[in-house]
Design a protein around this ligand. Structure first.
Ligand code: PLP
Length: 394
């Protein structure tokens, strides 16, 4: 789909839908799906043209890595293509269990559970832990899947200002006399701003107010911390963060997600997380690729170190050229433009004139007035690719 068909109908089927879509289009908020006609990599083909890919979360460039591909192919040969049923019926195969043992070992937790995606993990885990009468404290910029999980739980949700532990503390203090469980939920590296949650201070508050802490490491898994195990491990908070969640679809180049923590947490999720219980288990090949990725990030620091070095270099170069680049270490480089239409026009110009695919991000994904180009780079981008980005943004 490239644009909305013109029609004078505004009601019935599909007139009512077309009228909604035209409104989105008029507001500069219409989203379209682009077809990538080659495999993922630093350069891809779109509309018959080779472009530099600067918006993928394949941070370590593993989505096309021969070692992951070989693991997936071997798993297809040994285990077939589908798992045939949910984990609780007959879909729980040896590769799933091996991956869970590998995650627990990597994260240094008692146990781990594989979910079909990060979205599944978050919408399943939060309602499994808290419900009506309980309290959730959620950072204002948490990922949509955490927000949806919180809504599904029916717990009372208190949103604290982004990274603001003083605000979080005041909310916890106000609720002091209330009964019920308390769960603080935060991304570790924020997906649209690339900044990092003050996890140490959050854990201190959690201890003081008797709250549990859940951290989403989707953008830190494979990228930060010893063995790429994430920010929680980097800060030595593994014992104080009750729920560590992360995904395999970004830096780990595969697909799916995990929750790691105490055995009691995992047993609770197996029994109560509806997005775990009521869905067919991941295909063994996907699971095997995730396991190969974990082995790779644990055994080789060089990809991660090289990536973080290049990110710092690119951030500095763009700031020097006067761009408003939000600070951070992660390979997400948000360049805030503000206005929706200007952002989309700028992304379009980068694409048409610079051959750079770096999509514009608008509300509701980011707050009103902060539309941005979310530039991401990966370990597969070399010096010449970075030079192209800098030149296009000059
Ligand atoms: C912070 C965060 N959590 C969860 C998810 C969902 O993960 P998945 O893509 O595996 O569903 C994403 C992005 O997709 C994310 O950015």
């Amino acid at each position: 789909m490239n644009s909305i068909p013109q029609s004078s109908e505004t009601s019935g089927w599909p007139g009512a839908l077309l009228a909604d879509l035209r409104q989105l289009e008029a507001a500069g908020r219409l989203r379209l799906v682009r077809e990538i006609t080659t495999a993922q990599g630093p350069e891809v083909e779109v509309d018959g043209r080779k472009v530099l890919l600067c918006c993928s979360n394949d941070y370590l460039g593993l989505a096309g890595d021969p070692r992951l591909k070989a693991a997936a192919i071997a798993a297809v040969e040994q285990w077939g293509t589908g798992s045939g049923a949910s984990r609780l019926i007959s879909g729980s195969m040896t590769p799933h269990h091996e991956l869970e043992r590998a995650v627990a070992d990597w994260k240094r937790t008692e146990a781990a559970l594989v979910f079909n995606s990060g979205y599944h993990a978050n919408v399943g885990t939060i309602p499994a832990l808290v419900g009506r009468g309980d309290l959730i404290y959620s950072d204002a910029l948490n990922h949509a899947s955490l927000i949806d999980g919180a809504r599904l739980s029916r717990a009372t949700v208190r949103v604290y200002r982004h990274l603001d532990v003083t605000h979080l503390e005041s909310l916890l203090e106000k609720d002091k006399g209330r009964s019920g469980r308390r769960l603080i939920v935060t991304d570790s590296v924020f997906s649209m701003d690339a900044d990092e949650a003050p996890l140490q201070a959050i854990c201190d508050l959690a201890d003081r107010y008797g709250a549990w802490v859940m951290v989403d490491e989707a953008h830190a898994s494979g990228v930060l911390g010893p063995e790429g195990a994430g920010l929680v491990r980097e800060l030595g908070l593994g014992e104080r963060v009750q729920v560590q969640m992360g995904t395999f679809g970004k830096a780990l180049g595969s697909f799916g997600a995990y929750v790691a923590g105490a055995q009691a947490l995992i047993d609770t999720l197996i029994n109560r997380a509806r997005s775990f219980v009521f869905t067919t288990a991941l295909p063994p090949a996907v699971v095997a690729a995730s396991q190969a990725a974990i082995e790779l990030v644990r055994s080789d620091d060089s990809l991660r170190a090289g990536l973080l070095e290049r990110v710092a270099m690119l951030r500095a170069a763009l700031s020097e050229r006067g761009w408003r680049v939000l600070p951070g270490r992660a390979p997400i480089i948000p360049i805030v433009i503000g206005d929706d239409r200007e952002t989309m026009a700028f992304a379009d110009m980068l694409y048409r004139e610079g051959g750079i695919l770096a999509v514009g991000i608008r509300p509701p994904t980011v707050p009103e007035g902060t539309s941005r180009i979310r530039l991401t780079i990966t370990a597969a981008h070399d010096e010449s690719h970075l030079a192209r980005i800098i030149q296009a943004l000059s």
